[in-house]
Design a protein around this ligand. Sequence first.
Ligand code: DP6
Length: 368
Amino acid sequence: MTAQDFIPKPYTKKLDSGSVTWSSPSNIALVKYWGKRKDQIPENPSISFTLDYCKTITTLYFSGKEDRNEYSFEVYLDGDKKDDFKPKIETFFKRVEPYLPFLRDYHFKIETSNSFPHSSGIASSASGMSALALCLMSVEKQFFTSSAVDKSHFSDDYFNQKASFLARLGSGSACRSLEGDLVVWGKHDKIAGSSDLFGVKYPYEVHQSFRNYQDTILLVDKGEKQVSSTVGHNLMHGHPFAKKRFLQAHEHMEKLMTVFKTGDLDGFISIVESEALTLHAMMMTSMPYFILMRPNTLEIINKIWIYRKKTNSKVCFTLDAGANVHVLYPENEKHQVLQFIQRELIVHCQHGHYICDQIGFGANQIED
Ligand code: DP6
């Protein structure tokens, strides 16, 4: 597949107005995407667990307009108009317009809500951009008569690939949110079908130890990030350790393949924790350098290590580009680890807040 393959054939149907709704989850990377080239092409492959509870629900209303000079849209979060979201969506529209030529023909009303609080420090870009991309794909699908949908390129696979391709152009990690339970994004020699252009479901066997894997998100700092992911990605250009880091991500992907097959949870822990710390090490060693972890992030990590040593538990942590800690553990330890979290870790969370989530299976269209 190339980007050209996502330029649609001429539409076979006209439509005045309508609406579509999608629910799309967030995801947590096990091997991290950090560093990108032009057009949102990742410097290395990444893999993530799709989440279940943390998600965005978006309804896209569209109505035909005459003037094709500019995009016309309004955005609402939980019923409140959000003009500060508009620049990001405008950039997204510009990037995807070659692949969605109808964008200037309609006025759009985007109504969105998240299952997690907006001020939780959890990035809503993965769930938000994937939900919007899916809505736009559902609109595009309606521009084809059913016979054209049936016999043309508009198969379910094409729909998913193009939606993921579009989501990527909104926010890289968003392309890993459409399916579950494990999604790969970025070309890896050993993973058939993997692509820099879109996320694909991990295509090989996964040991039952990973079934219903738990992710409890400890909200250490709910504020706005001091450094956006986009700035952080760009700091990987000319970064002294970039080359080695991208190579390491390829190696970690390959090792994880064995881990998923055999259910080697100790192997899982060492790769996942190393990835989290490497991500933050890249931030600390870029120029300018920055630190997104907080003292409480480190307190939590230390307590997880002590608990693991004491109990032989398979609990581990990962981090995204912020201070919050994702505590990952197998379902059969759910009871004990939750007790440990409540007893020892929530004192390090802002206002004691945390979110219980687990591995999920991707986005769903919600019918009216
Ligand atoms: C640390 O996908 O938010 O969460 O493509 O600029 O929107 P943009 O970046 P984004 O970066 C996510 C980085 C990460 C790691 C990951 O999810 O793989």
